[in-house]
Design a protein around this ligand. Structure first.
Ligand code: SAH
Length: 459
């Protein structure tokens, strides 16, 4: 990489794009100096205006496209692909899948030094549109009118739209209807800058298997004006609604939900199924946003775990127990561990709901709790991890290497940290057997991967 940039800000340059970054921007190299350009695809040629020049890399804007990629498709509206994180909407679904699969292979080779590992073709969706079961939109005011939609990328300006190509129609409809009702009832919108006003966010979540809808209104104030009419209108106009929740978030913060929730109408939770397992989902619970692909992912994790009914399994980073309860159907015993205590409460409740008695849950950091279990003689035959983007804590990986479970199933939402952790496990006596990418989030740059490792024979 060159030290001095061969280009300057505001230069217009003709380039050929060679690659895509992990966040979906095109990469062109000018005398070896990489320039990142949104909305450009590998194989394309075009004119770029340089917008920023850093020491080792720069940024540009695509001004004109001379040659198009076969993977490029027309986007319904100019801005649409930027909204709601749909960074890949301008790439055909076939192209998106190819890009994600390639990214997984390359990262495993580059960071994990796993050039020869078996990476299966990515499992995509038959219909990659309208899959998200949840939306939460910021509410604001423009010219005295209530608006709601998406923040413009890297800004706090709200775009008033209900156009989302990835949300379920029930979710879009719920958001649109609640927005209209709040406008009619003249409920004041929240103003971020002055920290005044009332309504901050509208959230809708839909249980696709049960047809149950939850609506959450997030306000700055403890009081929600026109509460009774609001409930009345929502129940009349959205017959699928089973739960209307008021969440209070009085802080100056980017975090959407506050700690306090009240049931305005109906139930505190809605239900949904993944496979045969039923889940109670409260307003604050984490729940997978694409249940169709979650089933695909969990089925793969279960297959990789290779359970016969005799195994003791640890599920680290278990959330509300989704994977644990799936595994419990085939294992002798499952121990789930998760850092958020409320999620553990949900996990226990979900076990009861399904009459699953061979799953136990503990609240705490996986890297603290699992070494304690190990010291106390609680060893697992199979260990499953599903960590957040930063991957597994090194202390946990070291405990796995000492504990020597026969199999490790690693579910990852970030191929880079997966590759780093696989290398540590490989050096500690494990072999990566298979890697299965799954497309949980079509139209976005995110890719999910499930991997199985086995203890090498000599260990
Ligand atoms: N397996 C679950 C959740 C995966 S998301 C599912 O599929 O639904 C990752 C989870 O790890 C989150 O619930 C997060 O709260 C939890 N987490 C983050 N850091 C942790 C840590 N150090 N120890 C245990 N859990 C942690």
């Amino acid at each position: 990489m060159k030290k001095t940039a061969p280009i300057a800000k505001n230069d217009y340059i003709d380039v050929m794009f060679e690659d895509l970054t992990h966040d979906g921007a095109g990469v062109a190299k000018i005398d070896g100096y990489p320039v990142f350009v949104p909305n450009a695809l590998p194989g394309e040629k075009g004119q770029v205006k340089i917008t920023k020049v850093n020491k080792g890399y720069g940024f540009g804007r695509l001004m004109e496209l001379y040659e198009k990629s076969d993977y490029r498709i027309d986007v319904p509206t100019e801005e649409a692909h930027k909204f709601g994180g749909c960074q890949l909407q301008h790439i055909s679904y076939e192209g998106q899948l190819a890009y994600k699969e390639k990214q997984v292979r390359e990262v495993l080779a580059r960071i994990g030094k796993l050039e020869d590992v078996k990476v299966h073709p990515i499992l995509g969706m038959d219909n990659p549109w309208k899959y998200r079961n949840k939306a939460q939109v910021p509410v604001g005011e423009k010219d005295g009118k209530l608006i709601a939609g998406f923040f413009k990328p890297r800004s706090h300006e709200i775009v008033d739209t209900n156009e989302s190509v990835i949300q379920l129609p029930e979710v879009n409809e719920a958001i649109q209807t609640v927005k209209e009702i709040c406008t009619e009832l003249e409920i004041p919108a929240y103003h971020e800058e002055s920290h005044k006003g009332v309504l901050r966010h509208i959230m809708a979540r839909y249980g696709q298997q049960t047809g149950e809808l939850m609506v959450v209104l997030v306000t700055r104030t403890a009081d929600l004006p026109q509460k009774h009419q609001l409930v009345e209108e929502i129940t009349v106009r959205l017959p699928k609604v089973k739960s209307i929740i008021h969440n209070i978030n009085s802080k100056r913060t980017n975090v959407i939900m506050g700690e306090k929730t009240k049931v305005l109408w109906g139930s505190e939770v809605i239900y949904d199924y993944i496979g045969d397992v039923k889940f109670a989902i409260s307003a604050l619970s984490f729940y997978q946003v694409n249940p169709v692909q979650t089933k695909v992912l969990y089925d793969k994790a279960l297959e990789y775990a290779g359970l016969t009914g005799e195994e003791s399994v640890i599920d680290a980073y278990c959330g509300i127990g989704t994977i644990s309860l799936f595994l419990a159907q085939k294992a002798k015993k499952v121990f789930g561990v998760e850092i958020v205590p409320e999620a553990i409460e949900d996990a226990k409740r979900n076990a009861e709901l399904n009459d699953i008695r061979n799953a136990e849950f503990a609240a705490g950091a996986a890297e603290t709790v699992i070494p304690e279990w190990y010291k106390a003689g609680n060893n697992a035959d199979v260990l499953v991890v599903d960590p957040p983007r930063k991957g597994c804590d090194e202390a946990l990986l070291n405990t796995i290497i000492e504990m020597k479970p026969k199999k490790v199933v690693y579910v990852s939402c970030n191929p880079a940290t997966l590759a780093r952790d696989l290398r540590i496990l490989e050096d500690g006596g494990y072999r990566t057997i298979e890697v299965q990418p799954v497309d949980m989030f079509p139209m976005t740059t995110h890719v999910e991967v499930v991997t199985v490792l086995e203890l090498k024979k000599s260990n």
